[in-house]
Design a protein around this ligand. Structure first.
Ligand code: SF4
Length: 330
């Protein structure tokens, strides 16, 4: 497993605009990717990596070793981002970003009809406009069917702690896509539902709980006099966090889900793998703490009580409404 620093990309400055879910707004995706896929780094979570395996036909081990997913400590845990490649002068684009001309689209219509059918109607129409030379039509995602949560949410960002902060809107707008000629009346609620985000938000409950547990047991990388770290090697700390993003190194995954990453899609399998991976991380945390001999009351932030081990059954209960966003829409 290879851990890299982020390769010089920019993180989006979150000058966010809180959004009410049902206020009408003018917006649509231009299918250009100029604001969402270029210049700004795309954060990924463990479930995003599991999903990306299907679109890339690669295991998580390959994605990480080939530097498609890069890591850096941020805040209190290990963060991961998609790699970027040079793009038009001084810009950088996500490695899955693919700009297509009218002639590219015409060729794809002939050579790969299934892919052509997956293009938005306004992009498909360009296949018939090849008389006037070549021009840029779209910036598409080669991992579209399994693109990460951050991409699906754009130009919005969910506040995962919405329910813990009375008065805070559940979503903020992180970028104004205001110039698209295709824009039409819509709402934040419609946009997030159209992009299949419920699946990602449900799995995020497990990841958030796992991160909190690691932090509570002294496994965060926090330089704070108030934080009591578990005394282990830094390499072990890094490897433990990194394992959450690398399901294909876990024997239970390779044994029960052999070659599952080769399927186009398998949401049930992905969910099960995600849970297996995070459960394995929790088990390892418990083992490390037990081996250290340090009482859990002496780990983590001094002013916070030790966290109970997360109940993944409760967090995975699909009968519960995911968020007010979904509950109100149902
Ligand atoms: S994964 Fe796809 S949608 Fe997300 S930034 Fe990369 S190209 Fe754009």
């Amino acid at each position: 497993m290879t851990f890299l620093g982020r390769d010089g990309f920019r993180q989006r400055e979150l000058n966010t605009l809180p959004m009410a879910l049902d206020d009408t707004m003018l917006w649509d995706c231009s299918s250009k990717g100029w604001h969402c896929c270029v210049d700004f780094g795309i954060p990924v979570k463990p479930y995003d990596v599991i999903r990306l395996r299907h679109s890339t036909g690669k295991t998580s081990r390959e994605l990480i070793n080939e530097h498609a997913v890069t890591f850096q400590w941020v805040g209190d845990g290990l963060g991961a981002w998609l790699a970027q490649v040079p793009h038009q002068g001084n810009h950088r684009a996500c490695m899955f970003y693919e700009e297509l001309t009218n002639q590219d689209i015409s060729r794809i219509r002939d050579e790969d009809p299934a892919r052509f059918q997956s293009f938005p109607p306004n992009v498909q129409q360009a296949a018939d406009r090849t008389q006037g030379g070549s021009y840029r039509v779209a910036g598409l995602c080669s991992a579209h069917a399994n693109r990460p949560e951050a991409c699906r949410s754009f130009p919005f960002m969910r506040h995962a702690d919405w329910e813990e902060r009375p008065g805070q809107e559940p979503v903020s707008q992180v970028h104004r896509c205001g110039t698209c000629a295709l824009k039409k009346p819509t709402t934040v609620r419609d946009i997030v539902l159209e992009n299949g985000l419920e699946e990602f938000w449900r799995t995020d409950l497990l990841w958030r709980a796992t991160k909190s547990y690691l932090i509570s047991r002294g496994l965060a990388n926090i330089a704070d006099a108030n934080y009591r770290a578990l005394p282990i090697d830094e390499a072990d700390r890094l490897e433990l966090w990194g394992s959450c993003f690398n399901p294909d190194i876990l024997p239970e995954v390779t044994e029960h889900f052999e070659d599952q990453w080769q399927l186009d899609t398998d949401l049930d399998g992905d969910r099960a793998i995600h849970r297996l991976v995070l459960s394995a991380a929790l088990d390892r945390v418990d083992t490390l703490v037990a081996e250290s001999g340090v009482a859990i009351e002496h780990l983590g932030f001094a002013d916070e009580p030790p966290m109970e081990r997360p109940d993944f059954d409760a967090l995975s209960d699909t009968s519960l409404p995911m968020l007010p966003v979904i509950a109100i829409a149902a």
